[in-house]
Design a protein around this ligand. Structure first.
Ligand code: NAD
Length: 372
């Protein structure tokens, strides 16, 4: 698998879509366009890589402004899933579905059943789960047409809401970072600044409270802040001040792209460890954090708890097994830190290397077998 920076693609905003070039550049396997005018389905399934196993990834519904934007989102998100599952040691590949539509107006049983038939036609190469704009009940409609779907109701033997496991993994990843920086993985007395007190942020707070950490919390939602203060004794911080507060650990649990040229100079933390996807504005910002002496826990390594949880569902869900596997994120973070040190690269680049090396290793073994 080759790694190239996002900059060198001609896909985004150019009006000149070179989809095949983009797919070749990043080694994509398949892009499926799903249209069913009878039910208003316009969806794209991107399968990035199935070397390690079936491509697992959410089915997202969003009113994309253009087909180009939808295709690019599906492609990028599918590749991110390949990296996340590979680095987590799962036998899964990366895929994603994007449904172009407005969740308030365009959802119907027929639409999701139709998508289910498209997923079924892929014969298990792609497994769907819920994502932004889709819910458990949407997954139930897909399930009427295919078994290649997860994120179903708990009563159906499913793993339920992934957020608690995502936060449990972030907590373990944070502890591994604390060990590397402070010499002890105890978070007692540490100050953690949390950006975003939604599902992930609030479940994380339960673990931090248990450890005796002090929490500074910023959210644009007043209700979320009220809960953080009343239930967890957190100190409220204005959303635009969260980057510059004095703290040991900054934990982004809201938006992507927030580690960038504007925010890095303001950071006063020693560690960045949070659940938000795609935290780095660009790959080079991982290097900037390293140069500033801040340890970055790569997002797809420490927020993999949700996908690890779902992977357990695929073989018969067992919550204890899921927790044990999610807690392994501690050791994965340690591995990333060690690799970054030995290769003299940032942890962000080390995480990418960990993910791609595992896939290359399996490909190499396959090539050897094919020659025999
Ligand atoms: P959520 O919608 O429940 O919570 C997000 C919170 O961030 C909300 O309370 C929102 O008000 C707040 N927020 C939005 N903009 C903000 C800003 N500018 N400043 C401060 N707060 C702001 O979402 P979630 O499920 O908790 O997910 C949080 C992040 O973690 C997302 O990036 C998501 O993609 C990622 N993630 C979530 C999971 C999961 O299992 N839920 C798994 C992997 C990654």
């Amino acid at each position: 698998m080759r790694k190239k920076t996002e900059k060198s693609t001609a896909l985004e905003g150019s009006g000149d879509m070179k989809i095949m070039d983009y797919m070749k550049r990043y080694d994509y396997e398949e892009l499926v366009f799903c249209c069913d005018t009878g039910v208003g389905l316009n969806a794209i399934i991107a399968i990035h890589d199935t070397t390690l196993g079936p491509a697992l990834g959410g089915a997202r519904m969003w009113p994309y402004q253009s087909e180009e934007a939808a295709i690019l989102d599906a492609l990028r998100l599918a590749r991110a899933m390949t990296y996340k599952s590979s680095a987590a040691g799962l036998n899964l590949g990366g895929g994603k579905t994007v449904i172009i539509g407005d969740t308030a107006q365009d959802k119907s049983t027929g639409l999701f059943r139709s998508l289910g038939r498209f997923i079924e036609s892929l014969n298990g190469r792609y497994i769907a789960t819920e994502d932004l704009g889709t819910s458990i009940s949407d997954m139930q409609h897909i399930r009427a047409e295919t078994t290649y779907v997860t994120g179903l109701p708990l009563a159906w033997g499913s793993s339920g809401d992934p957020s608690p496991m995502t936060s449990f993994g972030i907590y373990h990843g944070m502890k591994a970072c604390a060990k590397a920086i402070f010499g002890s993985d105890s978070l007692q007395g540490r100050t953690v600044a949390i950006q975003g007190f939604g599902k992930v942020g609030s479940h994380l707070a339960r673990h931090l409270r248990y450890e005796g950490a002090h929490m500074l919390v910023a959210d644009i939602n007043e209700e979320a802040i009220k809960r953080a203060v009343e239930e967890f004794g957190a100190t409220p911080i204005k959303p635009n001040e969260i980057y510059s507060v004095d703290c040991d650990i900054f934990s982004p649990c809201a938006l992507g792209g927030i580690i960038n040229g504007q925010t890095i100079p303001r950071l006063k933390c020693r560690i960045v460890a949070g659940g938000a996807n795609n935290q780095l504005g660009e790959e080079k910002h991982g290097d900037s954090l390293q140069q500033k002496g801040i340890l970055y826990a790569p997002d797809f390594i420490i927020n993999a708890g949700g996908v690890i949880n779902i992977s357990v569902e695929l073989t018969g869900y067992n919550v204890d097994l899921a927790r044990t596997q999610v807690a392994e994120i501690y050791h994965t973070v340690e591995k990333v830190i060690a690799l970054a040190k030995s290769e003299r690269i940032s942890t962000a680049r080390a995480a990418d290397k960990l993910a791609t090396d595992r896939i290359e290793e399996v490909r190499k073994v396959r090539r050897i077998y094919l020659k025999k």
